[in-house]
Design a protein around this ligand. Structure first.
Ligand code: SF4
Ligand code: SF4
Length: 674
């Protein structure tokens, strides 16, 4: 359990005055960084702001430990969501739902800062009132959430125990992608292979073989000259993104498995059937559902753990091979599985080749292919700049360095095929992921958007403070049960406004409640004594209202009450105060009337209500009312309390009732005339 802290800013402009937890300082960067809309900041941001302001952090433990801030600049501060964590960290049921890959889950360090929600491209992170979870079935293992989380709250796990068991049984074959060489640098590829053998793996294969296998398939597609569009499908992240968000692109994905899966199938042909094929990497080796080629996935961290457990750290291994792994050279392919011939051809200005990096490009590709029916040729699309750009490999700033290391370890090129005479099915058919694209109830989305409301210009707020970039995305996440309206500051502000309004107005008649009468009557009396202005008070009670309810039902009774309230409002000015005192009693405070005006208004009300008719079966029904009028002249210096004035009006009402109802009875000169 944690509590958030507030950041508020005044003085709109490049330099803002900012207060954190009650202390104030100036910040030159604050306003320009956050603009004037509600923002949610992580603890790191708070820390930076605090540092910028030279505020002491010690009095604000929340800044370092909890770190959730919700603020609006130049507007009212919105209460941040308080989350009691019950983060789940469960393993997915590999056999039950056929998930292939690593498990991303959230641990107890989570502070619900929602930084991960903002970067997740497939809304796989669910935030509800009391927990933040990664929905395993929806996660495409892009890894973007890991560097986005400053709290080290996201764990990435493979099936380490299962891998240990396979090693212990001497039936583990390991597939290593090229990234492994970069990950274990400065150990050489030879040292890494020696270490893996020393740790007990029985066979070791580099993914290069898989690249060669799929390159042959891509070459056939490329040489098929029909004018159409093909999307590269060697990245499971791209394929799973399409399956989740753009299923209309599935027919355009090259129907070829990923290099790791191709290699898995190849190894399966070579090795004894009881071998377990282990893949070590930063994400899924293939598309969910392909269970036939790879048995176990582990992360590089977990592989490192295995090597340490076996006392086989790569750097301590001999630099020459102790056991020869299968040959490693390239014939057809480049890293990632595209054929050299195809890349050579496109270099010489092929109009049939497009290169896109980043998942953001895919919606535009979908529009071109589906909407405009363009034949784009081959679209080489990857989520990052190659697998070396995966967030699990480290900061993007170091990518050039990783590429250098990978280039040094690139196997030699040969004129001889690396894999010969192999008969294998490398085809892949893609199905939409129904768990994710399950139809969102559009009516529900519309209702949620209505609750959030729009700006005065009628546009969506799109503040981003809920973790989603647009209100529509947020509403869809709420409709799917992946988020909650409590994360929307605009909705909370509206709720607060509505709650305040509800507390002030009677739900049935719309006039003020007793609470308002209580406050305003005291205020008006004190002003009357100070300024010498007069005050009239009408205490109103409907005559014989109970029989109307009993005979015609509460529906008719309510219509009469609403009709009476309308008459009262019509007869008074906006400065007067009309309240429902309770049941069938009303009170009106007339501000600064003269004596005759107060009596005249009371009599007008009596006449109008008598004329009020409500239709009932076989005719109509009406009521009369009685009014007691009290009057405070406001002569400066004379003082009267609310209770005294109410008691006078009540006594006058009592007399009016005693006279048979449908009567106005005034107090004259403070004396009750009977
Ligand atoms: S897991 Fe997500 S919500 Fe939790 S602290 Fe990390 S970034 Fe914030
Ligand atoms: S790994 Fe990617 S898809 Fe999975 S939760 Fe993180 S950001 Fe979302």
């Amino acid at each position: 359990m944690w509590t958030g802290c507030f950041v508020g800013a005044r003085n709109r402009g490049r330099a803002a005055t900012v207060s954190i937890g009650g202390e104030t300082g100036r910040c030159d960067r604050f306003d320009s960084e956050f603009g004037v809309k509600p923002v949610t900041a992580t603890s790191t941001t708070c820390y930076r702001i605090a540092k910028c302001l030279r505020l002491r952090l010690a009095p604000f433990p929340d800044l370092t430990s909890a770190g959730y801030v919700s603020c609006t600049l130049n507007r009212s501060v919105v209460e941040p969501l308080r989350v009691e964590h019950a983060c789940r960290s469960e393993r997915r049921n590999r056999d039950g739902i056929g998930i292939l890959g690593l498990n991303f889950s959230i641990n107890g360090n989570c502070t619900a800062c929602m930084a991960c929600v903002r970067v997740c491209p497939v809304e796989a992170i669910s935030v509800t009132h009391d927990e933040v979870t990664i929905v395993g079935d929806s996660c495409i293992e892009c890894g973007l959430c890991v560097p986005a989380c400053f709290h080290e709250a996201i764990d990435v796990q493979g099936e380490l125990d299962r891998c240990r068991a396979a090693i212990a049984a001497d039936r583990a074959a390991l597939i290593l992608p090229t990234e492994a060489i970069v990950y274990f640098y400065p150990a050489t590829p030879e040292q890494l292979i020696n270490a893996c053998f020393a740790a007990g793996f029985d066979r070791i294969y580099f993914e290069t073989v898989g690249d060669e296998l799929v390159a042959g398939e891509y070459l056939s597609l490329w040489r098929d000259n029909t004018r159409r569009s093909w999307l590269r499908s060697t990245s499971p992240i791209v394929v799973n993104y399409c399956r989740s968000k753009l299923p209309e692109l599935l027919p355009f994905l090259a129907p070829v498995v990923t290099p790791a899966v191709a290699l898995g199938r190849y190894v399966r042909q070579l090795e004894a059937s009881d071998f377990e094929i282990v893949y070590a990497g930063v994400g899924a080796p293939g598309v969910n559902g392909d269970q036939t080629s790879i048995d176990i996935c582990i992360s590089f961290d977990e592989l490192e753990t295995l090597l340490e457990e076996a006392n086989a750290a790569p750097l301590g291994q001999p630099e020459a091979m102790t056991r020869m792994p299968p040959d490693r050279h390239r014939h057809l392919s480049v890293a990632g599985g595209l054929p050299v011939a195809m890349l050579e051809e496109q270099k010489q200005s092929s109009l049939r080749f497009k290169k896109e990096r980043g998942l953001d490009a895919l919606p535009a590709v979908a529009r071109a292919v589906i909407g405009d029916e363009s034949a784009l040729g081959f679209v080489d699309v990857l989520p990052f700049d190659g697998n070396l750009g995966h967030p699990g490999m480290g900061p993007v700033e170091d990518l050039f360095w990783r590429k250098d290391i990978a280039a040094l370890a690139e196997p030699s090129r040969s004129n001889h095929p690396m894999v010969e005479h192999v008969q294998m099915d490398l085809n892949m058919r893609y199905n939409p992921r129904h768990d994710v694209i399950a139809d969102v109830d559009q009516e529900e989305v519309r209702r949620i958007l209505e609750k959030i409301g729009t700006t005065p210009e009628g546009k969506h707020w799109n503040t981003g403070s809920c973790g989603h970039s647009t209100c529509v995305e947020f509403a869809m996440a709420v409709a799917r049960g992946r988020s909650t309206l409590a994360l929307c500051p605009i909705y909370l502000a509206r709720q607060f406004e509505q709650a305040s309004k509800d507390a002030l107005h009677d739900g049935l008649t719309g006039v003020f409640t007793y609470r308002v009468l209580d406050e305003r009557l005291a205020e008006e009396l004190s002003r009357s004594s100070r300024t010498g202005t007069s005050l009239g008070l009408l205490f109103i009670d409907l005559d014989h209202f109970k029989p109307v309810n009993d005979n015609y039902g509460h529906g008719v009774g309510n219509q009469i009450l609403r009709g009476v309230a309308e008459v009262l409002e019509d007869a008074t000015r906006s400065t007067d105060i009309v309240c429902r005192y309770g049941g069938d009693e009303f009170v009106i405070v007339l501000v600064n009337p003269d004596r005759q005006a107060a009596d005249r208004i009371a009599d007008q009300i009596r006449t109008d209500v008598k004329a009020l008719r409500v239709p009932v079966p076989g005719g109509d029904v009406g009521v009369t009312l009685s009014i007691g009028v009290a009057y405070h002249s406001g002569v400066t210096g004379t003082k009267m309390t609310s209770e005294e004035l109410m008691a006078e009006a009540d006594a006058a009402l009592y007399v009016a009732k005693a006279q048979g109802g449908n009567t106005v009875h005034p107090i004259v000169g403070g004396e009750l005339v009977r």
